[in-house]
Write a protein that binds this ligand. Structure first.
Ligand code: NCD
Length: 307
């Protein structure tokens, strides 16, 4: 059964195809309004979420399908001690496809190994978040008309930020990209991501703590929140949480066609004064996430023989 746990589960060709389908959905929504009639998506979110969960649910509704869900871990059998694999098997009896978010790295992988329907990882701990990457890729494509030959700055919590790990993995496959990794020392990109997605592919990159210095060369700036829930102590979080705050002043030296992305939720890292700047793309990114999730649900249901 084909599931999507990590962005590496999708080939570059498949990423390009999903973007093509998402573009077609945007242009012809009526064509897709009933393709999933009577099909069910189960959303199992064992960690807080607004966007990702609603985005999956809206995606399924816009395809004509239905959604069943447990609202949180506390109200599901997980609170009685049920294992992720049992939950996955049980939910497979009710749903045609599952989207799962879990605080533990690897949980979606375990779920997929026991589920009899496709499982989509909607974020597993500090590991990865492939469908956010799909949203990010469509946004970059729509803004820049390309996914290669870009200088991409990742700024903030590169250690725990699962969206960063997945996006670096995806963008490292397109020719001509360069990365600028901007973070405090303590929140640097994990060495396994750097090794697998950057160094082994010979991708040019630099690491810095200084956002303003990096700004003029960037085509994309991917801002992230410091991931409070993954810190071992509150003191470290408080010390690091405001390491970077993007303001209109800091954007003065940026390219006129920079695209500013953020997976959201934003805490302090982008001042609201930036929202009116035409370079701010983070709310468009939210909408793009829905179209890419529609494309992915369609693809996996077709491959499972359900459609
Ligand atoms: C991200 C996540 O959950 O990793 N949010 C999202 O899905 N859009 C980013 C974050 O929580 O900081």
């Amino acid at each position: 059964m084909r599931s999507v746990i990590d962005i590496v589960d999708l080939s570059t060709e498949e990423l390009d195809d999903l973007i093509k389908v998402a573009r077609d959905i945007i242009a012809n929504p009526d064509k897709y309004a009933h393709v999933c009639d009577r099909k069910k998506l189960a959303t199992l979110f064992f960690e807080p979420s607004t966007r990702t969960r609603l985005s999956f649910e809206a995606a399924m509704y816009e395809l004509g399908g239905h959604v069943i869900s447990v609202p949180d871990a506390g109200s599901s059998s997980a609170s009685k001690g049920e294992s992720v694999s049992d939950t996955a098997r049980v939910v497979s009896c009710y749903a045609d496809i599952i989207a799962m978010r879990h605080p533990k790295e690897g949980a979606a992988f375990v779920a997929a190994s026991k589920a009899t329907v496709p499982v989509i990882n909607a974020g597993d701990g500090g590991h990865c978040h492939p469908t956010q990457t799909l949203a990010d890729l469509l946004t970059i494509e729509l803004e820049k008309n390309r996914l290669g030959n870009l200088t991409v700055g990742f700024c903030g919590d590169l250690k725990f930020g699962r969206t960063v790990h997945s996006l670096i993995n995806a963008l490292s496959r397109y020719e001509g990209n360069k990365f600028v990794l901007i973070s405090p020392e303590e929140l640097k990109l994990p060495s396994y991501v750097k090794k697998d997605a950057i160094k082994s592919k010979g991708i040019p990159y630099e690491q810095t703590t200084n956002l303003e210095e990096a700004m003029p060369k960037l085509d994309i700036l991917y801002m992230t929140r410091v991931q409070r829930e993954r810190f071992f102590n509150e003191e470290d979080y408080l010390r690091l949480k405001d390491s970077y705050i993007l303001t209109p002043e800091k954007l003065r030296k940026a390219k006129p066609d920079l695209a500013i992305l953020h997976p959201l939720p934003r805490v302090n890292e982008i001042s609201v004064a930036v929202d009116d700047d035409p370079r701010a793309c983070y709310f468009k990114q939210v909408e793009n996430g829905k179209y890419m999730r529609m494309a992915l649900i369609l693809k996996l249901l077709k491959e499972a023989g359900t459609l």
